[in-house]
Write a protein that binds this ligand. Structure first.
Ligand SMILES: CC(C)(COP(=O)(O)OP(=O)(O)OC[C@H]1O[C@@H](n2cnc3c(N)ncnc32)[C@H](O)[C@@H]1OP(=O)(O)O)[C@@H](O)C(=O)NCCC(=O)NCCS
Length: 169
């Protein structure tokens, strides 16, 4: 099967399935109310618009846990010789249950199927929780993108190498 195919994936703790149009509004409103989007002040309409925007290289999924909407993930692929985590959000009632980590595992598994060299993402500097999750998963600082999303915040471009031969000295 093609990597990141719009299909249903069993992550153990929940199901990932293609984002259904009927959940876009609910997710946009929920994301606008939670950090980091509430901190940078992105309105629900903007988030709804972004979730609804169809781009050929972006695949969107919803996470469902025990029949309830628990989050969303968007993957941009191809990106830079590997996929880019365009959006990852676990809704507040479901955070800290290793669902975000399970989605990262899924992303890596899909990327390995197509022999990607790396995974990419951006995280706001002050989003300490997300940074800790990503670092534990093996993402490393690749570059600082200052004022990428707003005039008062900076993003870190992070990469997890999947295939890398360390130089021999
Ligand atoms: C960041 C995020 C994706 C992580 O997903 P998650 O499912 O909550 O995190 P996990 O359960 O896989 O993370 C495991 C670790 O992070 C800790 N953790 C992360 N976020 C937590 C939260 N909101 N509440 C409690 N613990 C949290 C856990 O304690 C756990 O640490 P431990 O192994 O030392 O016990 C998720 O919290 C989230 O969507 N946050 C809001 C949106 C966001 O910041 N998205 C990322 C934008 S780049």
């Amino acid at each position: 099967m093609e990597a990141f195919a719009l299909s249903t994936y069993d992550l153990g703790g929940g199901l990932l399935r293609p984002l259904s149009p009927s959940n876009i509004e609910t997710l946009g409103v929920a994301l606008a109310a939670m950090p980091p989007w509430s901190v940078i002040g992105w309105p629900a309409e903007r988030l709804v618009g972004s979730l609804a925007r169809e781009l050929p290289s972006v695949r969107r999924f919803e996470l469902v846990v025990e029949g309830k909407l628990a989050g969303t993930v968007g993957i941009q692929d191809p990106f830079l010789l590997g996929p880019y985590l365009q959006l990852l959000a676990i809704l507040p009632g479901f955070q800290g249950r290793y669902l975000g980590s399970a989605i990262l595992e899924w992303m890596e598994g899909q990327a390995r199927m197509q022999e990607a060299r790396q995974l990419w993402l951006c995280v706001t500097t002050y989003n300490a929780r997300a940074r800790a999750v990503y670092e534990r998963f093996g993402f490393e600082h690749a570059a600082l993108l200052d004022k990428l999303a707003t005039e008062v915040s900076d993003e870190i471009l992070m990469r997890k190498r999947l295939r890398y031969e360390a130089p021999h000295f």
